[in-house]
Write a protein that binds this ligand. Sequence first.
Ligand code: SF4
Length: 298
Amino acid sequence: MKKYNIITHITTFCNYNCSYCDVVKDKKYHNSQNLDKIIEFINKNNLFIDRFKFFGGEPLLAFKDIKYIIDNVKDHSLNYEIVTNTSLLTDEIGKYFQRYFYIIFFSIDSENDFDFEKVLNFIRKYNLERKIYFNLIISPWKHEIALNQFFKLYEMWFKNFNILPVYYTKIWNDDDLVWLSKIMKIILDKSIIDKSIKLYWFQQNLWYNNSLLNKSIFIDIDLKIYYTDFVSTKLWKIIKNELFLENINKFNLSENLNFEDKQNLLIYYEKNITKNILWQQKLHKIMDYFSNYLNNKK
Ligand code: SF4
């Protein structure tokens, strides 16, 4: 039986304003009828859901809605995921993370404060060491900060990372790309020596860029369902209509779904975006090179 990864926009509000962020943040939350429809969708399709991810904006701004969904879904063994900027962690959230969540992505970058000690204490208090992946966001001009953050976390015994150079929204000049390559090599070599280091997209034996396009089904804030969460960004909004699948009340995962045309459209559009942007092509090549590099060394 085929299972799907689902991503839902639990709010489009964020308490940060990262310069590299392209997500449309129009400050919306779900009303209670919408939350009930999401619960109904999960209850109807739970056998076909592999992982269910809460996404934003900053999802923890809508923690009471997340809680409402989790508390009212019938299947208590569902694997939940979340991406958070870590600014709103509380004891209650820690308990929910511990009890219900399968993977938790903590995003860190060079722009926002990140309290290493506070986050470390939170993780230890709720035994989340194995569930946490650090989204290490690398911006051009700020490579050293990212590398320092990697080593600081590594020295604190964290081994799970998701390396995310900023795609599409920042220009990478040649010097920056050389720096990025150096950083990638240092981190990947470290992961070859220390096998307990996990690198999220790189684990999957896919080319890095393909894995970016290997998408989950996305429930938007208005409960329309799309082939990919990319449609939540300004850049990809242009083809949003073409990536629409169905409204939540009519969408059924048990049907034999075939998304090949959507996948092809995504690849085609992605190629079009990058066609005339040399630095973007080089960035893709670097990430694919290192994906190959890591898989060959294993
Ligand atoms: S990247 Fe994340 S934390 Fe930053 S503004 Fe966008 S949604 Fe908020």
